[in-house]
Design a protein around this ligand. Structure first.
Ligand code: SF4
Length: 427
């Protein structure tokens, strides 16, 4: 079968066993990629609750992973969301999708629940389970460093959950390779509920390609179109400034969610845009396996620069004008392993309902409280809607189906509004 390995790894954490699932060719044929295939595999379980041990957590590649196709390093994670109760999918970059194909698998379907924190190691020669209790409570960067330092793993890929998932934060993320997040909908909490702390993968197999000349021609066409795109590779585009390049675009279109969506224009935005980060932190680019756009940015001293959504929600949405506080807020969320979009919207609801201004100290302190389940952070970690409902102000939560809105005001992006309304995932 071209583009696929033809094998999906099914893992039962309760008995710590694994098998290989081989689907009929027509199942692959009727699903274009990882999202469709994940949905097909989840379909028979859609009545299960998110914390039912039999509810699968699916990691799925597509036929282009592990080929030379541009931006083909991404994969899908899908399960039922603890935040919304609906089927939820997250698209994530990094290199695990690519390496998983090299290990000989199109995807992983995880069910069951381990007694203790465990890790799953996958290679082309086998599958191994290990105790991962020593990683409990550690920040994500420490977990990633330890996994990468294991023998033979420096070229491997890793997915992990951090302290926020252990604390039951309903928007806990799964972190891939230290910097890439399956962030939306709390899929990290699903993984933590199964007591699965990490997945590590190594491999060296190649993916069979049906027509190399056609793939090369398509690749060249994509390179040409990307090179011609001002938004992607223009002087002020995403390659140079990261997804933060969208910050000015949202400002100019008056679509920047401000003050918990009560305004759509943030007067301080000119000093909080991607140009300000580039100047202040002397940013360099990096990105997912197989990508030439390289939209991620890191400062000269190793500071991770926030993505657009994070830049916007930790400034305009919560009324913060301190660039360093945005970077620090991003770092707290990244190290705890939680979604910055949901955290930002929960904080904005908190500010509106409590009538408090979020100074940089208050902003960062409340995020720490969410990550560790302390004080008001415990209820904020259950999501903006849960917090606002507990406060008898459910209308203050800016969500669709319980999932917090990202940083494009849907009143200016009606196609997105339609997507929020019709998708199972929501905001
Ligand atoms: S680096 Fe950015 S543009 Fe490239 S695949 Fe990853 S997320 Fe997409």
């Amino acid at each position: 079968m071209y583009g696929w390995t033809g094998k999906i790894l099914t893992v039962d954490l309760t008995g710590q066993t694994s098998e290989e699932l081989r689907l009929d060719a027509d199942v692959y044929a009727r699903n274009i990629g990882g999202k469709g295939l994940s949905g097909e595999l989840l379909f028979e379980h859609f009545c299960r609750e998110w914390d039912d041990p039999k509810m699968p957590l699916v990691f799925m590649t597509g036929p282009l992973n592990n080929t030379s196709s541009p931006t083909s390093g991404r994969m899908t994670v899908m399960s039922r969301s603890p935040l919304t109760g609906t089927v939820c999918d997250a698209s994530v970059g990094g290199k695990l999708g690519t390496i998983l194909k090299r290990a000989g698998y199109d995807g992983i379907v995880v069910t069951g629940k381990s007694d203790d924190w465990c890790g799953l190691s996958i290679s082309e020669t086998g599958v191994a389970f290990s105790n991962a209790s020593h990683l409990s409570g550690l920040p994500v960067s420490d977990i990633h460093a330890q996994l990468s330092a294991a023998p033979g793993m420096h070229k491997g890929a890793h997915a992990m959950v951090g302290p926020a998932a252990e604390q039951g934060v309903r928007y806990a993320a799964i972190v891939f390779d230290g910097h890439f997040f399956a962030g939306r909908g709390g899929l990290g909490l699903v993984m933590a509920e199964k007591k699965l702390k990490f997945i590590s993968v190594t491999g060296s197999l190649k993916t069979d390609i049906y027509d190399r000349d056609e793939l090369k021609a398509a690749q060249e066409e994509i390179y040409r179109l990307v090179a011609a795109s001002p938004v992607l590779t223009g002087d002020l585009g995403i390659t140079n400034y990261g997804t933060g390049a969208l910050y000015d675009l949202m400002r100019s279109r008056r679509m920047m969610p401000t003050n918990n969506f009560r305004q759509t224009y943030f007067e301080h935005s000119p000093s909080m845009n991607a140009y300000a980060y580039k100047k202040h932190y002397d940013t360099k680019k990096f990105g997912c396996a197989g990508c030439h756009i390289l939209c991620k940015k890191v400062g000269a001293k190793g500071v991770i620069i926030p993505e657009f959504e994070t830049m916007s929600h930790f400034s305009a949405l919560v009324g913060n004008t301190d660039l360093d506080a945005v970077v620090a807020a991003n770092r707290i969320c990244n190290e705890a392993g939680m979604d910055t979009i949901s955290a930002g919207v929960a904080l904005a609801a908190y500010a509106e309902i409590s009538g408090q201004e979020l100074s940089p100290e208050k902003l960062l302190g409340t995020l720490e409280d969410i990550a560790s389940g302390r004080g008001d952070g415990a209820v904020l970690g259950q999501g903006a809607l849960h917090f606002a409902t507990e406060s008898n102000r459910p209308e203050v939560a800016m969500v669709s189906k319980g999932l917090e809105f990202p940083a494009y005001d849907p009143r200016g992006a009606q196609g997105m509004a339609l997507a929020y309304a019709t998708s199972t995932r929501g905001g």
